[in-house]
Write a protein that binds this ligand. Structure first.
Ligand code: AMP
Ligand code: MG
Length: 377
């Protein structure tokens, strides 16, 4: 039953993935439950193709983990052995079991259960993630806040009990959100939430962090050219083997079938998007999506459909995509322009598209219903 449910979700994500994949026309292999380490992982076997352009062999495997569809494509002179993918999916499994709020034995669940009670010993990864969360909370004046858990639970977006909550319920949960009440002791390696009812949710940054760790592993194993795609968080390893840039599709946030609206050319970069199309439910004329403003207690509506961040590391791209979405166009644009090696593409409800200055000709608009504008227009 668990697998049937997961598999149904994975199929719906596949469409999005093919839009973000560098080779959108390839058909996707079937995923099957595979025993890997302690857990059964829904995973494909290898698909091996000869790439005429780069004269390399591409070995692709997919899985469904961390609530999303994952595709790993590695370029080499020969087929990449299965045990390389065992290591990659095994690593993702280890992190999922530490950071997932919905796994009752995870470190994050342990922190949440002990909110207001006592500090909890955690791994370096969870310390790193919460510290990164704190940096972005400071950068956004608390709009980005990893203690968003109570509001995420209340709205239930992406679950079968998603509903618009009452104002009272919203206010009650809002009062539990405050990143300044997280106590991190890096030397003791403990985290403590100071008030009962507080809850950490790392959904805005965990995929990016894990993608970075997968890239480290792939490089460590001696592969220099690969594409890591964690449900639309795309991280490229090196350039294509023939030194060309990778071309990654930017999802059209208005398309229900996962069409793209533009192409980004990337070399050793991450691209992460946040938007109203990822997880949502409709009630009346409103689409309630999953990025919640902790100061209103509701999904953020500011005319933005999506923002895609290009950065060196995926965790920064992930944190920034959510942060910039919450900041809105003007402030978000200014923040990205102030950071080195970070660029962004904003897609707005009125079909306008804004591209930060450093992207130059690395972004190509392909969907003609959109118009590129400048903030000074
Ligand atoms: P992303 O798709 O990376 O923008 O992340 C969205 C996820 O981040 C949601 O599903 C929540 O788990 C979490 N989230 C929602 N609102 C916030 C917020 N204000 N600050 C931090 N995380 C959030
Ligand atoms: Mg994010």
């Amino acid at each position: 039953m668990k697998y049937l449910k997961t598999f149904a979700v994975s199929l719906s994500v596949m469409m999005l993935l093919s839009a973000c994949s560098p080779s959108p026309s390839e058909s996707e292999p079937m995923l099957e439950p595979t025993v890997g380490g302690e857990n059964t992982i829904l995973r494909s076997t290898s698909k091996v193709t000869n790439d005429a352009q780069t004269k390399k062999i591409i070995t692709t495997q997919e899985s469904f983990q961390i609530g999303t569809h994952i595709t790993i494509k590695v370029y080499d002179d020969k087929e990449v052995p299965n045990d390389v993918f065992d290591q990659i999916f095994g690593l993702i499994d280890i992190y999922e079991n530490r950071v997932s709020k919905t796994i009752s034995t995870s470190e994050v669940s342990n922190i949440n259960e002990n909110a207001g009670v006592e500090p909890v010993a955690v791994s370096d990864a969870v310390i790193d993630l919460v510290e990164i969360g704190q940096n972005y909370a400071a950068l956004t004046d608390g709009l980005f806040d990893v203690t968003i858990g109570p509001l995420v639970d209340l709205w239930g977006i992406g679950t079968d009990h998603a509903a618009v909550p009452s104002d009272d319920a919203r206010l009650t949960e809002m009062s539990k959100i405050d990143y300044q009440k997280i106590e991190i002791k890096p030397l003791d390696k403990t985290i403590f939430l100071k008030e009962t009812g507080m809850e950490i949710d790392l959904g805005a940054i965990a995929k990016g962090y894990i993608a970075d760790r997968v890239k480290d592993l792939i490089l460590e194993l001696g592969y220099d050219h690969a594409i890591i795609n964690l449900g639309g968080n795309v991280l490229t390893v090196g350039t294509k083997p023939n030194s060309d840039a990778w071309q990654v599709g930017v999802r059209d946030p208005q398309s229900s079938s996962g069409n793209t609206m533009g192409i980004l050319k990337l070399e050793d970069n991450s691209i992460v998007s946040s938007g109203i199309y990822e997880r949502f439910f409709n009630a009346g004329d409103t689409r309630y999506h999953h990025i919640i403003n902790p100061k209103t207690g509701s999904p953020e509506f500011n005319g933005m459909y999506s923002v895609s961040i290009v950065s060196d590391t995926s965790v920064d791209g992930d944190a920034l995509s959510t942060s910039v979405f919450l900041l809105g166009l003007e402030k978000g644009f200014a923040l990205v322009e102030s950071l080195s090696n970070v660029e962004a593409v904003f897609v707005m409800e009125d079909q306008s598209v804004y591209v930060t200055s450093g992207l130059g000709d690395r972004f190509i608009l392909t969907e003609k219903s959109y118009v590129i504008k400048s903030l000074t227009d």
